[in-house]
Design a protein around this ligand. Structure first.
Ligand code: MN
Ligand code: MN
Length: 324
């Protein structure tokens, strides 16, 4: 990402100070950040993409962004594990939601791409909150126009490389194949972590590999451990721009029950946080967190995990800016 000079008069944005106004007060933006759409003075912008009608099983991700925002009230500005006060290094806002069109994935892609471009064109890093995983294709189209093909780190129990569902080519299970076909992903710099669960046949995983994706299935991840797998991910992705997509069903449904296609026997929330924290040397140019369905959640556990992962993503941006 090219260096961007901040005008001396540009505003700086950070959450409401919880020592002045308790965390349960105020309108529910992400981490109680200001709701701002003018990208002047902004380094990172959260944006809700509540589209959920391209799913193959349960539905309800349209309420993901609002539930994650509510749960994120708890999060504090200092990241202990990474040793950084996030907002000393990042001016961040909640840019609100993209006005998606329920039931129309192609029209929604157009508004998702436009919404992301208004952020990217200002040199701001987007952190999208879904919504089902189909939205990532719209985001990658916008990223391509700024960065060309990007590397991909995809946390997911599914490869999302099926060709179609019921003849539909644009779904949450096909976005990754479409993105590769459209040339949006540099597959030599792409990795999928956490693949598991029953399949239609062995060709499902083989098909993903045939597209050039590097798979680190859950059984490999849990057998080798986070510390062994991380260097492989970092080396595979390398130096160029990379997009991080996190489907919450990567995590075991015991820790993240509020999702649409849960697969049992997965990594813990702690494993997920440790993996994300290990990505600090990379040129991360965009993020999304998808597939949270609050209707199937209990006690906000899934939404709080999703919010905490987004907090870790923002920390990675802060670390990169501090290092410059
Ligand atoms: Mn997915
Ligand atoms: Mn999935």
């Amino acid at each position: 990402m090219p260096e961007r000079r901040r005008p001396a008069t540009a505003p700086r944005y950070r959450p409401v100070d919880a020592m002045r106004a308790a965390r349960f007060t105020g309108i529910g933006t992400f981490m109680r950040l200001p709701n701002v759409v003018d990208m002047t003075g902004v380094d990172a912008a959260f944006i809700g993409i509540p589209f959920d009608t391209a799913v193959s099983y349960r539905i309800g991700g349209r309420f993901g962004p609002s539930a994650i925002r509510e749960a994120s009230r708890l999060l504090r500005p200092y990241n202990v594990e990474q040793g950084i006060e996030i907002f000393e290094h990042v001016s961040a806002v909640d840019a609100g939601d993209v006005a998606v069109i329920p039931g129309n994935v192609l029209a929604s892609y157009a508004v998702i791409e436009a919404g992301l471009r208004s952020i990217l064109d200002a040199g701001v890093i987007p952190l999208a909150i879904g919504g089902d995983h189909s939205i990532t294709l719209g985001e990658l189209r916008a990223l391509f126009k700024r960065h060309g093909p990007v590397g991909l780190i995809d946390f997911d129990s599914h490869t999302d490389t099926w060709d179609s569902y019921w003849g539909e080519r644009y779904t949450h299970g096909t976005w990754c194949r479409r993105a590769i076909e459209e040339g949006l992903i540099d597959t030599a710099r792409a990795v999928q972590l956490g693949i598991r669960g029953s399949l239609y046949g062995p060709e499902d995983r083989d098909g993903a590999r045939a597209l050039g994706l590097h798979l680190i299935p859950t059984e490999t991840l849990l057998e080798r451990g986070v510390d062994s797998v991380l260097p492989e991910v970092v080396e595979r992705v390398g130096k160029g721009p990379v997009f991080l997509s996190f489907d919450i069903d990567f995590v075991d449904p015991g820790f993240a029950p509020g999702t649409g296609t849960p697969e049992v026997g997965g990594p813990s929330s702690r494993d997920a946080l440790r993996l994300v924290r290990g990505l600090r040397e990379l040129d991360l140019v965009g993020f999304d967190l998808v597939e949270v369905q609050p209707q199937y959640d209990h006690g906000e556990v899934t939404s709080l995990l999703a919010g905490t992962l987004l907090h870790e993503f923002l920390t990675l941006i802060a670390l990169a800016r501090r290092a410059r």
